[in-house]
Ligand binder design. Structure first.
Ligand SMILES: Cc1cc2nc3c(=O)[nH]c(=O)nc-3n(C[C@H](O)[C@H](O)[C@H](O)COP(=O)(O)OP(=O)(O)OC[C@H]3O[C@@H](n4cnc5c(N)ncnc54)[C@H](O)[C@@H]3O)c2cc1C
Length: 411
């Protein structure tokens, strides 16, 4: 069976390896080098504890303050608002207590598989040396913010996630580089990659060694016969025949889905980071700044400060001043941080309003499958997504109920 996968980010690469393991002949198509887009510069965290969606009760009330704060975690380019409106409306509807609890349950059942699936995929590719398992810590500078996030921590505990409440003294003992912190939470289950780009590149090598093909080209259109996609047509005017097609092109999947008659609520949630090559301090684990919702993490000998959510579409110029702001805020927590040598980056998180990915078979075409929309957790969920897609494509029973992840929730 010949399978074409559109996209060679973490999701496409993981699907490619899984499908080869299941006996498919696989061709990945990507206009860029494998793993070089959003999957390249992320924070490298396997956030297996992150069951809270972005839309939570009370978030709509906080948004105006964030939007007018240049150091705040959220920004919207106003020109983008009309395009964004359907997404925002659905986001608003997802922020009720009932929806938040429903989505957290789905995320919990997805995330509980991610540790084993990721370690297995990465181990099988011989890349276990790119993983570190030191956990993560969320820290707060104000008591109000610490208490204000209580719902999140209670919810995590209810779902059996191991967390440990820390006072200021304990935080300092665990992470001596931190300062001015009143408390936090330790999440020992997190693990990290030392470099997300190296990991993706390693998976691409493994995929090729196992017999897979990667073509540097872009899927543009589809050749359709009845309810079957018979071939994909590329920007280099190639007609690539396929028995099965997987759309795994991150945020760019939306345009491809439109051609297949699918409505998708997914927007680019642009995130920024600065990677400091001479940081002057060392962290023992990934740090999440609870108030501002961004992170500091070791990437090899460097430290990456990353986060922010900017809704500005796919084509607006990056605003790298946001990277400088992130570093300045990080210095409030990490006064020893040296930011003289910083490399700035922006990536497009493929974000759905319910924070759930799309993992399903198409309702329109029997040989088309979707694997995109992983928002903040694409690295974390890649291996499990691949396993679920492999199960669907082989006709096996998926490891979890997939109704909530179906593309038809947007129509
Ligand atoms: C600042 C930041 C920090 C993050 N931190 C984390 C983290 O710590 N942990 C975590 O789990 N996640 C994190 N994420 C999210 C994670 O990076 C994404 O969810 C993940 O990279 C999405 O992977 P993907 O393969 O779907 O998309 P991408 O990596 O964007 O890959 C999509 C691919 O599709 C290709 N493509 C585009 N158009 C076409 C076409 N027409 N035909 C074929 N191919 C096409 C693109 O070239 C690209 O290579 C972070 C994101 C950001 C921005």
């Amino acid at each position: 069976m010949k399978c074409v996968v559109a996209g060679a980010g973490m999701i496409g690469l993981s699907c490619g390896i899984e499908l080869i393991n299941r006996g498919f002949e696989v061709c990945l198509i990507d206009p860029d080098s494998p793993g070089s887009r959003t999957s390249a510069g992320n924070a490298g965290g396997f956030g297996v504890t992150e069951i809270m969606p972005m839309a939570v009760p009370g978030i709509i009330g906080k948004m105006p303050r964030w939007l007018f704060d240049p150091d705040g975690p959220l920004s919207v380019r106003w020109r983008q608002l009309p395009v964004l409106f359907p997404w925002l409306w659905r986001f608003y509807r997802m922020s009720s207590a009932v929806q938040t609890q429903r989505i957290a349950r789905v995320l919990a059942s997805l995330l509980q598989q991610c540790t084993e699936d990721s370690r297995q995929l990465i181990g099988q590719a011989g890349l276990q040396h790119l993983l570190r398992g030191e956990g993560a810590m969320t820290v707060y500078q104000s008591k109000a913010a610490f208490e204000g996030d209580r719902l999140e921590w209670e919810m995590k505990q209810r779902h059996g996630i191991r967390i440990e409440r820390l006072d200021a003294r304990k935080v300092r003992e665990l992470e001596p580089a931190l300062s001015g912190v009143c408390g936090g939470w330790l999440m020992p289950q997190w693990f990290n990659t030392v470099d997300p780009y190296q990991l993706a590149a390693g998976l691409a090598d493994r995929f090729r060694q196992s017999g897979g093909t990667i073509r540097r080209d872009a899927v543009q259109r589809f050749a359709i016969t009845g309810k079957t996609v018979a071939a994909v047509k590329t920007s280099q005017l190639q007609n690539i025949e396929a028995d099965m097609v997987v759309i795994a092109a991150g945020v760019w999947s939306k345009a491809l889905c439109r051609q297949l008659g699918e409505r998708v609520l997914m927007e680019s949630e642009r995130g920024y980071n600065a990677t400091l090559s001479d940081p002057g301090i060392r962290l023992k684990r990934q740090i999440i700044f609870g108030e501002e919702k961004f992170v500091a993490t070791n990437i090899g000998d460097r430290i990456r400060i990353g986060g922010a959510a900017e809704f500005a579409g796919l084509h607006a110029r990056p605003r790298y001043d946001r990277c400088v702001r992130l570093v300045n805020i990080a210095k409030r927590y990490l006064p020893g941080l040296n930011s003289e040598q910083a490399e700035n980056w922006m990536g497009h998180r493929p974000s759905t309003p319910d924070s759930l990915p799309v993992i399903c078979r198409s309702g329109h075409y029997h040989n088309v499958y979707y694997a995109f929309g992983h928002g903040h957790l694409g690295l974390t969920m890649a291996a499990t997504t691949a396993k679920l897609i492999g199960q669907l494509m082989s006709g096996a029973q998926p490891a979890m109920a997939l109704e909530a992840l179906h593309i038809n929730r947007f129509s």
